[in-house]
Write a protein that binds this ligand. Structure first.
Ligand code: ZN
Ligand code: ZN
Length: 232
């Protein structure tokens, strides 16, 4: 596991097929938790930053899929952190559910990955976990450096992205888009048209770097790349 720096105090931790992010703003905020069994990697990253588990105070979830909520319960137990999520997806996570019906995004690669994900690459349940706080569109969080919540439904009904408003802006896109090979739509959508409307909204925001659940971050002029694809 190699932790990479996205911006001062913002780190990416690749855990298998998915990326987890840490924001250090005095206390630590973790964005997404990886598949089941990833908590130890996130705690190791905190340790690498010289921080004990209890310094992780907040866990933000972009959405309810198993590769993002898989280690929520374990990470909460190890740290005492509280969880924040959009209520539409939190309803599933609190029951240990990880999926609504969805269809592949456009193109052969996405269809292939979609079918692979149906063949057991992803767990069909995770440990149910309590979500203490509901996220709403436009909300500015009182931690993690005034991180802003951007409601981005489409990939899932309760999907949110986050905008960190420092150093030119860092977008945490979650699975609203992906950067597997190149910047493009996600592997799957509950509602593709809604997902594209969300990306058009995101393209109007101001950010220099963009981080994804899947694929490497784009650092420098990320906003222009989004506008090229989805700007209106
Ligand atoms: Zn997802
Ligand atoms: Zn994902």
């Amino acid at each position: 596991m190699t932790m990479t720096s996205i911006a001062p105090g913002v780190y990416a931790i690749p855990v298998g097929i998915v990326n987890v992010f840490v924001i250090d703003a005095g206390d630590l905020t973790v964005i997404d938790t990886g598949t089941p069994g990833s908590a130890k990697h996130i705690l190791a990253a905190a340790h690498q930053l010289g921080r004990p588990p209890a310094d992780i105070r907040h866990i933000l979830l972009t959405h309810m899929h198993a590769d993002h909520t898989g280690s929520l319960k374990a990470l909460k137990e190890a740290t005492g952190a509280t969880a924040h999520m959009h209520p539409a997806d939190a309803a599933l996570t609190q029951r240990g559910e990880v999926m609504r019906p969805a269809r592949p995004g456009p193109g052969i690669l996405r269809r292939l990955l979609f079918h692979l994900s149906g063949l057991g690459m992803f767990p069909t349940r995770v440990e149910a976990a309590t979500v203490e706080h509901e996220l709403q569109d436009g909300q500015v969080l009182p931690f993690a450096g005034d991180l802003q919540v951007i409601y981005t439904p489409g990939h899932s009904q309760g999907h949110v992205a986050f905008l960190w408003p420092h150093e030119g802006g860092v977008l945490f896109a979650g699975d609203s888009a992906s950067n597997i090979g190149r910047l493009g739509p996600s592997i799957l959508y509950e509602d593709y048209a809604e997902g594209m409307l969300s990306l058009a909204r995101v393209s109007r925001l101001s950010f220099d770097a963009a981080c994804f659940g899947h694929g490497p971050a784009i650092i420098g002029n990320a906003n222009a790349r989004f506008r090229q694809q989805w700007g209106q």
